[in-house]
Design a protein around this ligand. Structure first.
Ligand code: 9MR
Length: 361
């Protein structure tokens, strides 16, 4: 994926950056100037749209109170995903009692800012309400609980979200099914059922399976490949595969990312990069930020190279608000904007990758 065009873009950005340093120019950018001093006037959203795709960022409800953050999100992006607001614990905190306050807040914000919304997520092993996890259920009971949840939530957001992560993180690293409450009680058929119930509740929304560590070709992505092929063969509604892409510099760039995206596209589903961030061991330094920029560019290029890769979402856009430091001690600096909402080299790399593709179209 390190194409000559990419290498030359990265080289000229680096040259411009050192020229700016020599001239004593401030490298910390003003609102739209690049870290290399180059002027980039279009937003990521405008460029992505020119390629027929979206570029988005997740947002967690409390972050909307940060008006500087919320304004920039609305200006720069074309899509958003609620970080937590549509998860089961939030939407059905008591059995049969639905609460759409958090999800609606994001949807209303997104509407005002003209952002499309990806729904996340109908079914996951994490962030389930305690009434669900502490109960003992028969197979039939849990099937009806799952059906009721999916039906209500999908109907509520009909016409308001364009895609749903129907099932999130249902595979283990070795490609076996994760032993979540649904698998243990119902068996693997819960996946096809969940997709069918979602389709019945909204005939138009795109239905996705979504997971992390599936960007490379390997046992986990292989399991999804086999599953999606089977679902298609069985006539189960499945429209897309979401690659979260929570990457880390210390683990290396995912092997054959573009080919992996392509093989899912060839199965006849859309692919989306759904939760992109690229963390590093702190403190950050110029070399790590340059490598991070290169990776952001490569992920963007890989998506742009496959027609059915429909869009990219970063999991938050600024190091000011990121899940990483609280979960991975000593790691962070994972996003394209820094804590002060200034562009990092990663921003320039994404922008340049999108601009190059927008020009070709
Ligand atoms: O960003 C979310 C964070 O605020 C929550 O505390 C966390 C709880 O597990 O979930 C985060 O989002 C996750 C997403 O829903 C699924 N993929 C992994 C994301 C990062 O943990």
């Amino acid at each position: 994926m390190n194409t000559p065009a990419r290498r030359s873009r990265v080289r000229s950005a680096a040259l411009a950056a050192s020229a700016a340093l020599l001239l004593g120019l401030a490298v910390a950018p003003a609102a739209q100037a690049g870290t290399d001093g180059a002027k980039r006037t279009k937003t990521l959203h405008e460029l992505a749209r020119e390629t027929g795709r979206y570029f988005g960022s997740a947002v967690d409800n409390p972050e909307l109170a940060d008006t500087e953050f919320a304004d920039l999100l609305g200006k720069e992006f074309g899509q958003t995903t609620p970080g937590n607001g549509m998860k089961w614990y939030a939407t059905e905190p008591q059995r049969g009692v639905f609460d759409y306050t958090a999800g609606d807040e994001i949807v209303n914000y997104a509407k005002a800012e003209h952002l499309k919304v990806r729904g996340h997520t109908l079914l996951w092993h994490n962030q389930l309400p305690s009434w669900l996890t502490s109960g003992t259920w028969t197979k039939d009971e849990l099937r009806s609980i799952l059906k009721n949840h999916i039906t209500n939530v999908v109907k509520h957001y009909r016409g308001k979200v364009f895609a749903w992560d129907v099932a999130n993180e249902i595979m283990n690293e070795d490609g076996t099914y994760r032993q979540n409450i649904f698998y243990k009680t119902i068996g693997p058929s819960y996946i096809a059922d969940a997709l069918r119930w979602a389709r019945a509740a909204d005939p138009h929304v795109k239905l996705y399976l979504n997971d992390y560590n599936v960007e490379a070709i390997g046992p986990k992505s292989g399991a999804y490949y086999t599953l999606i092929k089977q679902l298609k063969a069985d006539g189960v509604p499945i429209d897309g595969f979401g690659m979260q892409a929570h990457l880390a510099l210390q683990y290396g760039f995912p092997d054959r990312l573009q080919q992996n995206i392509q093989r899912f596209a060839d199965l006849g589903v859309d692919v989306a990069i759904t939760e992109l961030d690229i963390r590093m061991i702190l403190p950050s330094d110029t070399a790590k930020l340059a490598e991070q920029a290169d990776w952001y560019g490569k992920v963007t290029d890989a998506c742009l190279a496959v027609r059915r890769c429909v869009g990219i979402t970063v999991w938050g856009y600024t190091d000011r608000h990121s899940w990483i430091p609280s979960v991975f001690q000593g790691e962070g600096a994972a996003l394209p904007w820094d804590e002060n909402l200034q562009h990092k080299p990663a921003y320039d790399a994404i922008h340049d990758a999108l601009a190059a593709a927008a020009q070709e179209d």
